[in-house]
Design a protein around this ligand. Structure first.
Ligand code: FE
Length: 174
């Protein structure tokens, strides 16, 4: 397993697992940081910061950051999503409500939405995403499937480009 090459560093901490001999993986502590290199641009004014990729379940955790005017393309979640708004506020074009700082959001499998930030300078939300994300066009055709494999490849390219090295993403993989 490639995470054997990863040592605790300024961005991520972990200890040896208690039951490593039984296949237990080390925990991940992804520290709070202002380092801009950890944010990966998905679309104009939309970034994500990877926190963990679970290669057994296919789920992942991330911070999503959207600045004013940013729109995350319409997509469907076949798996559950949990979110907690850390900063700012945002809404879905398909829903009546607004998620404000301190709000928890649960999205059941089948949820289709388009996330946008209208007037706040910036929102940051923690998301647990239970599986792949299906991006769709206006006719509900799936145009792009985003799973952990694709996200990790995206991270590898980004971290290489910003000088952290492609393998930096291994810090977040279990
Ligand atoms: Fe979503």
């Amino acid at each position: 397993m490639s995470d054997q090459n990863i040592k605790p560093n300024e961005f991520v901490g972990f200890d040896e697992p208690i039951y490593a001999n039984l296949g237990m993986k080390p925990e991940i502590v992804a520290y709070g940081t202002e380092d801009e290199r950890l944010w990966i641009e998905l679309e104009p004014n939309v970034w994500f910061r990877p926190l963990s990729f679970d290669m057994t379940t296919g789920s992942h955790c991330e911070l999503l950051r959207v600045r004013r005017g940013g729109v995350l393309t319409r997509h469907r979640h076949p798996s559950p999503v949990h979110g907690y708004v850390i900063k700012g506020k945002w809404r879905y074009l398909e829903h009546s409500w607004e998620a404000t700082a301190g709000s928890y959001v649960f999205e059941p499998p089948g949820e289709v939405h388009t996330l946008t930030v209208d007037d706040d300078d910036e929102m940051i939300t923690f998301f647990y995403i239970g599986g792949a994300v299906l991006y769709m066009d206006d006719d509900d055709n799936v145009t792009h499937i985003e799973d952990n494999i694709g996200l990790i490849q995206l991270c590898r390219e980004h971290f290489e480009k910003v000088g952290l090295g492609a393998d930096f993403v291994q810090n977040f993989i279990r």
